[in-house]
Unconditional design. Structure first.
Length: 294
C-alpha cells in the first residue's frame, strides 16, 4: 500500500511540473496602461501593465542637451507618423541613458506614446511581441536596458532580425530603443585586430569585427554618453539637492564648499562622476540633514 501511495505522489509531482511547461491561456493586455513589461512564461509570454512607471522628467537631466535633443526629435517624428530610427544609447555607466528613455516617454505618454520593457533574455520572443502590437493605434517604444550579448545568444539573432533582416516587416507603430555600455553590444578582443587587412589602400576589418558591428549598425541613430567633468557633476549635485531637500539650503560660499568637498569625495569613492552618482550623493546628504543622528 505504501508503495502505491509513493507512486501516486510521484505521478502527482510529475503532473505539477508538466503544468508549468504547458502553454496557458493568457489574458489580453490592459491597454489602458501607458507602460508595460514583457513577462516570459515557459515558451510564451504576455504584456504586464505597469501603472506606476518611473516619473523622471527631461528637466531633471542636466548636461545632456545634445542627447536630449536628438532622442526627443526622433521620438516626435515617430509620434507624428513620420520616418524615424531605432536608437542605440551607448556610453559610460550612470550617465543618463536609461533615464533619458524614461523621461522622453513621460513627456509624450499622453500623446499616445507607450513604453514596453523587454529583458534581453526574452528578445527571442520578439516575433510574438511584434504580432501583438501590429494593429494597435498607439505608438510603442520597445525598450531594452543594459543590452549586451555573447555572439552565441539567441536573443542576439532575434534582435538583428527585428531591426533589419527578417522577411517580416517591423510594424510602423514600433521603434526599438536600447541602452548599452558597449558601442557594438558584444565583447571586443585585442586579437580580433589581427584579422584586419588592407586592400587597395583601404582598411577592411576581419569577419569577427564585422559581425559585431553588424548589430549596432542596424540602429539608425547612435547617441553617445560620456563621463561628466567635475563642473558638470557638481551642477547635477546642486540640482538634486534642491529637488530632494525640503528645507531651505544655505548656499553661501562656505556652506557650498563643504558640500562640494563631500560630493567630490563621494564620487572618488564610487570611481565615477555621473548623474547617477550625483543623485545618490544628494539622496544621502538630504537624508542625513533631515534626520541627523543624535
Amino acid at each position: 500500500m505504501s508503495k502505491t501511495k509513493h507512486l501516486i505522489a510521484r505521478a502527482m509531482s510529475l503532473v505539477e511540473r508538466l503544468e508549468h511547461l504547458l502553454p496557458t491561456e493568457s489574458l489580453p493586455p490592459d491597454w489602458s496602461a501607458h507602460a508595460f513589461r514583457w513577462r516570459r512564461q515557459a515558451e510564451r509570454g504576455s504584456l504586464q501593465a505597469v501603472h506606476a512607471p518611473h516619473r523622471i522628467a527631461l528637466e531633471d537631466l542636466l548636461c545632456l542637451e545634445w542627447q536630449k535633443e536628438e532622442v526627443e526629435r526622433n521620438t516626435l517624428q515617430f509620434l507624428a507618423g513620420n520616418r524615424a530610427n531605432n536608437v542605440l544609447l551607448w556610453g559610460s555607466r550612470g550617465t543618463g541613458k536609461s533615464s533619458l528613455v524614461k523621461a522622453v516617454f513621460n513627456t509624450h505618454r499622453y500623446a499616445g506614446l507607450r513604453l514596453i520593457e523587454v529583458d534581453k533574455d526574452d528578445l527571442i520572443q520578439l516575433p510574438d511581441i511584434l504580432e501583438l502590437l501590429g494593429n494597435r493605434p498607439e505608438r510603442f517604444i520597445l525598450y531594452c536596458d543594459d543590452l549586451s550579448f555573447e555572439a552565441s545568444e539567441s536573443g542576439y539573432k532575434a534582435l538583428k532580425a527585428a531591426l533589419d533582416g527578417s522577411i517580416t516587416a517591423t510594424p510602423d507603430n514600433l521603434l526599438i530603443y536600447a541602452t548599452s555600455n558597449r558601442r557594438h553590444l558584444l565583447p571586443e578582443f585585442h586579437a580580433e585586430n589581427r584579422e584586419a587587412r588592407i586592400l587597395d589602400g583601404e582598411l577592411h576589418q576581419g569577419e569577427s569585427v564585422e559581425e559585431k558591428i553588424s548589430l549596432s549598425d542596424r540602429f539608425g541613430l547612435w547617441v553617445a554618453f560620456h563621463p561628466f567633468s567635475q563642473a558638470q557633476y557638481l551642477t547635477v549635485v546642486r540640482h538634486w539637492l534642491r529637488r530632494l531637500h525640503h528645507a531651505p539650503i544655505d548656499w553661501s560660499a562656505l556652506a557650498w564648499e563643504l558640500i562640494e568637498r563631500d560630493a567630490l569625495q563621494w564620487a572618488l569613492q564610487r570611481g565615477s562622476r555621473s548623474g547617477r552618482t550625483a543623485w545618490q550623493f544628494a539622496l544621502d546628504w538630504a537624508g542625513r540633514e533631515e534626520n541627523p543622528l543624535r
